[in-house]
Design a binder for this molecule. Structure first.
Ligand SMILES: [Zn+2]
Length: 483
């Protein structure tokens, strides 16, 4: 019975984004939402395999850039947590505390790991020769979200990477923030096909304990913004709180300069699902799809053995190219199989029947275009290139979706309309330091939108007046609705 139900396909179209999203991640077996603890979902093998592949690409890139992996405990003692005043103030409402055991420290489930890792950094770092220290871990973190949760998008537990780096100079730490933005560009945009705006957050919206924060804002198909990887310049706030010092070349003690970077892989999967999927189901980028090519043998009772034998040969051939492939030899009708693998978003499908074997040409179906063509068995090595082209098309389509999504607004009414039309507004704004917070609150209250920040890598000169208070505008900011 269960199979029959999952084969019904999607009954919601993407234009009904919210219903479509929940139905899609359920029917495509990415998640199971029936765990029945608010904000916690089960990620099923199909989702977990995609996440594994995403981790792999991300970690390879971090390691290429000099990071080393580590694993830290999930629990953080309260006394560590309290060491950096701004951090504890910002994160306290989000923390899951464990029930205190008599005679032991009160413990928190990590919401992020600065206060776990930096106490060890103070033991590991002695001299300038120990720097830079660039370490990351893949971990699940826990945050007590009070707002409405949404699977993978806003969850109380998520799967991420956190990189925590230390340097001898302030300059190197600023450069690391830039490197982190480049890592987001290289992996999330170039590989996963998710365009983003790198935004320097206003002072009131930075990471608790940072001097500044740069977030990657991704516009989802429903017009809401989701924050993807963010990178933080921590200055010396934490190194002073945790006594992370080094002896410089002149033998003098100095505090290290720090940065941290956090791509939430499970949340990036939400953007991948939302950005690329269509009315028929998921479309997973070739570079992260658990199966890149699904092979469907088409046989009758009479030729089953013969066809399967040839199919296995083809599978071995494709595997030798380093590609991920499976044969669906189940008892279902070919049509049912097509439907199921389209729902799951596998980039390519190869059909192999009597006719195909005779012609030595297989039928190749491409998920995003829906086109069918022939590919000679002798030319299967082309699949690699076709996979790269597949990912390029997804990226181009997503980039095109972003085009025209940013609108200049001069009045509050224009701002209102822009947000209503599921776009991002670009407006003159008094200031992104503390003095501008009042105007930001007005925008939040009256329009239900947020100041996301200023462009991180381009100084845009403002000449006009603040859209809210009419004072001379120091900044051009971007405004959007967020989850
Ligand atoms: Zn203002």
């Amino acid at each position: 019975m269960k199979n029959k139900k999952s084969q019904e396909g999607l009954t919601f179209k993407k234009e009904n984004f919210s219903e479509w999203y929940s139905q899609l991640i359920t029917k495509a077996e990415v998640t199971d939402l029936r765990y029945s603890v608010k904000g916690f979902v089960v990620i099923r093998p199909w989702g977990a395999m995609a996440i594994e592949n995403m981790y792999k690409l991300y970690e390879e890139e971090l390691q290429k850039k000099g990071h080393k992996p580590t694993f830290f405990p999930t629990l953080i003692p309260e006394k560590n947590f309290k060491k950096e005043a701004t951090h504890v103030k910002g994160f306290s409402p989000d923390v899951f505390w464990l029930e205190k055991i008599k005679g032991e420290d009160k413990l928190a489930l990590r919401p992020t790991s600065e206060t776990a890792m930096y106490q060890m950094y103070s033991l590991w770092i002695r001299s300038h020769r120990d720097l830079p220290l660039k370490i990351y871990q893949r971990a699940n973190v826990f945050r007590y979200e009070t707002k409405a949760t949404r699977p993978l998008i806003r969850a109380r537990e998520f799967y991420w990477i956190e990189a925590h780096d230390c340097f001898t100079t302030e300059k190197e730490a600023h450069a690391q923030v830039q490197e982190d933005i480049q890592t987001t560009e290289k992996i999330m945009h170039q590989k996963f096909g998710i365009p983003f705006l790198a935004m320097k957050r206003p002072q009131w919206d930075k990471f608790a304990g940072a001097e500044y924060t740069i977030g990657s804002d991704v516009l989802m198909p429903d017009g809401k913004i989701i924050q993807q990887p963010s990178t933080h310049f921590l200055g010396q706030h934490f190194s002073k709180a945790f006594n992370v010092k080094f002896k410089n070349q002149n033998g003098k003690q100095e505090y290290v300069w720090q940065t941290c970077y956090g791509p939430a892989i499970s949340r990036i999967l939400a953007s991948v699902v939302s950005m690329h999927g269509d009315d028929k189901g998921l479309i997973i980028p070739f570079c992260i799809s658990p199966i890149q090519i699904i092979i469907i043998p088409i046989f009758s009772k009479d030729n089953k053995n013969k066809i399967l034998k040839e199919t296995i040969k083809i599978k071995i051939k494709i595997e030798s190219l380093g590609l991920k492939t499976e044969i669906d030899a189940s008892e279902k009708r070919p049509g049912e199989k097509y439907h199921e693998w389209e729902l799951k978003g596998v980039p390519f499908r190869l059909e192999i029947g009597e006719k195909e074997l005779k012609e030595k040409k297989l039928t190749l179906f491409t998920r995003d275009s829906g086109e069918k063509e022939k590919i000679a068995i002798s030319k299967l090595s082309q699949l690699k290139k076709l996979g790269e082209d597949f990912d390029k098309r997804l990226k181009t389509k997503a980039d095109n979706f972003m085009k025209g999504k940013i609108a200049d607004c001069k009045t509050k009414q224009e701002l209102k309309n822009t947000i209503k039309n599921k776009k991002i507004a670009r407006v003159n704004f008094c200031s992104t330091d503390k003095t501008g917070e009042k105007c930001a609150e007005i925008i939040e209250k009256e329009i239900g939108a947020e100041i996301r920040g200023t462009l991180a890598n381009k100084k845009e000169k403002s000449t006009g007046r603040c859209i809210i208070c009419n004072k001379p505008a120091k900044e051009i900011v971007y405004v959007g609705k967020s989850y």
